[in-house]
Ligand binder design. Structure first.
Ligand SMILES: Cc1cc2nc3c(=O)[nH]c(=O)nc-3n(C[C@H](O)[C@H](O)[C@H](O)COP(=O)(O)OP(=O)(O)OC[C@H]3O[C@@H](n4cnc5c(N)ncnc54)[C@H](O)[C@@H]3O)c2cc1C
Length: 261
């Protein structure tokens, strides 16, 4: 089975600052003609910015058939963050074909979404497509400006959490205090990898959830400096699916692949 992903050249058509730390990039142009969404609401693409060869991964916030929207967190230092912080309209980037992980079982009676700012684009897209009662916990630094915008659906049941500062996250602690709804549902979470590892343990050991009832993804690694490389989740995802592994096993393998050797 090939692990090579299809690639597309795309032009940055528009750039808009949504909040202090979130920048919207709208991509388009003839290179995207063959692009097809998977329809899975947390689908992501690899993004390679000009003069770089390494990819970083971003959620497809929306795809209209000709325009692809990515919402990029602008943090302190980083390959994409430094590029997206300036006016990049007119520049050409490369993106890879999308893959998605969200797989809510048909019988789920509720949905919980938990994440930091990097997960907000996926949580917004998931919340706008699901019909089951949904609760969201969002740990974001820009809550006041995002609360007042229509970023999340107006009827979404959202708890905004203040990050502790210094780029840290307390999402794992927050999840351990959640009051869980009765019955079967689906739990989706993404954010900093160490927090996600802690939550996987909690869901498996304390809550004893079957792996089909949750999807927990490490979106970024809190390391002291620019990452020497980012690991493409695409090939790990495709190989894991081909081998019949669960989403949980695949995302745990993805975390392991990113540990320093
Ligand atoms: C499937 C998937 C979907 C994703 N979707 C999105 C999305 O829609 N929007 C989005 O913004 N990100 C998303 N991410 C996360 C994004 O890929 C990472 O944050 C990435 O590391 C950013 O690249 P960079 O070049 O800016 O920083 P890097 O060069 O990768 O890292 C530089 C430094 O910044 C730190 N760092 C990296 N990310 C963050 C952060 N978010 N906050 C604080 N410090 C950070 C690192 O620890 C490192 O010290 C997704 C990741 C995955 C795997």
């Amino acid at each position: 089975m090939s692990t090579r992903a299809q690639q597309y050249d795309a032009e940055v058509l528009r750039r808009e600052r949504l909040s202090d730390h979130l920048v919207r990039l709208v991509l388009g142009g003839p290179g995207l003609t063959a692009f097809e969404s998977t329809g899975i609401p947390d689908e992501w693409v690899g993004l390679v910015v000009p003069s770089q060869f390494q990819s970083r991964y971003y959620t497809v916030r929306s795809w209209t058939g000709s325009e692809l929207t990515l919402d990029v967190v602008v943090h302190d230092v980083g390959l994409v963050t430094e590029w997206a912080a300036r006016d990049v309209v007119g520049e050409t980037v490369t993106i890879t074909e999308p893959k998605g992980s969200f797989a809510m079982p048909a019988g789920a009676g509720w949905l919980m979404l938990v994440g930091d700012l990097t997960a907000l684009p996926a949580m917004a897209r998931i919340a706008s497509t699901t019909t089951v009662p949904t609760r969201i916990w969002a740990e974001v630094p820009d809550a006041p400006s995002l609360q007042g915008s229509a970023y999340l659906p107006a009827d979404a049941d959202v708890t905004w959490l203040e990050p502790p500062g210094d780029g840290q996250s307390r999402l794992a602690e927050a999840v351990e205090t959640i009051d869980w709804p009765a019955g079967d549902g689906y739990f989706w979470m993404a954010g900093e990898s160490a927090q996600m590892r802690a939550i996987r343990k909690h869901l498996m050991r304390d809550r004893k959830l079957p792996s089909t009832a949750y999807d927990v993804m490490g979106y970024w690694r809190g390391v002291a400096q620019r990452q020497p490389r980012a690991v493409d989740p695409g090939p790990i995802w495709r190989a894991g699916k081909a081998a019949g592994k669960t989403d949980e096993q695949i995302w745990a393998e993805y975390d392991d692949a990113r540990e320093p050797q």
